[in-house]
Design a protein around this ligand. Structure first.
Ligand code: SAM
Length: 257
């Protein structure tokens, strides 16, 4: 019997099954000269989520998927650990690392429990990895534990507004009706049984309370907007919707010294 939580096992099965569909996107992102973020490809020059020079920094990507964010950090000089819950996603990351000649240390596991000692890393990041697929009451304290004092944590995922305006039982894009309670948001089982995966999100005030309780200071908070209007739908939102409301949030945190 595994001692992994039910949602970690379900998300593992979900991502192992989905992995083939993410190969092409991963390959494109690995080819990019400059990072861009989220579903609207906001350029790194606008958000500045990564230090320009990461020479000698010990970094970890929590839920690295196909590994392109890890590659961006390695190319800036960092030594990079990528941890992911899906062996099949890691297989893509391993192949791309080999093809691009980028050295990554890729490990299979639940990033709510990172197999490294306290204070081991200078920087941790998640783009749609644990940022949305793991329980923040577990992974945020764990990220704090493995960071050195002053270390940075950056994570990007869905804005909480999306969780209350997108049906949890269909693939329809977000609408303008408030479908679910905002207060109390935590675990979201897609299609109720979680067969399409289980995500987590918090109200903005609950995120802030959690950071304070764990020992992170907030350096920046971004609500991402589609730069253009139009009826093109990307993943779960049209450009018009995402030009009017935030689809994604980015938290930039620092471990208090
Ligand atoms: C959308 S991908 C994001 C990663 C990367 N940015 C990408 O697009 O390839 C989500 C990844 O999070 C991973 N994941 C989900 N839950 C996890 C957990 N508890 N620990 C580590 N990885 C997890 C999944 O296996 C999946 O590869």
């Amino acid at each position: 019997m595994s001692d992994l939580p039910d949602y970690v096992l379900k998300n593992r099965a979900h991502w192992d099954a989905q992995a083939d569909q993410w190969v092409a996107m991963g390959e494109r992102a690995w080819l990019a000269d400059e990072p861009s973020w989220g579903i609207w490809s906001i350029p790194e020059t606008d958000l500045q989520l990564l230090p320009d020079d990461m020479t000698g920094m010990r970094t970890i990507e929590l839920g690295c998927g196909t590994g392109y964010v890890s590659a961006w950090m390695a190319r800036r000089g960092a030594s990079v650990v990528g941890i992911d819950n899906s062996e099949r996603q890691l297989a893509t990351a391993r192949r791309l690392a080999e093809e691009h000649g980028v050295e990554l240390h890729l490990i299979h596991g639940n990033a709510e429990q990172v197999p490294f000692p306290d204070g081991h890393f200078d920087f941790a990041i998640s783009e749609y990895g644990v940022a949305i697929w793991a329980d923040p009451y577990k992974w945020i304290p764990e990220a704090h534990r493995v960071l050195a004092p002053g270390g940075g944590l950056v994570f990007l995922g869905n804005h909480p507004l999306v969780m209350i305006t997108q049906r949890h039982d269909s693939a329809d894009p977000v609408g303008t009706e408030l479908l679910y309670p905002y207060f109390g948001m935590h675990r979201i089982d897609w299609y109720e049984d979680g067969d399409e995966g289980t995500e987590f999100n918090l109200t903005i005030s609950d995120w802030v309370r959690l950071f304070n309780a764990v020992g992170f200071e907030i350096v920046a908070y971004h609500e991402l907007q589609s730069p253009t209007t139009g009826d093109e739908v990307r993943f779960y939102a049209s450009m018009d919707w995402a030009h009017t409301y935030p689809t994604e949030q980015v938290w930039v945190l620092r471990k208090r010294s």
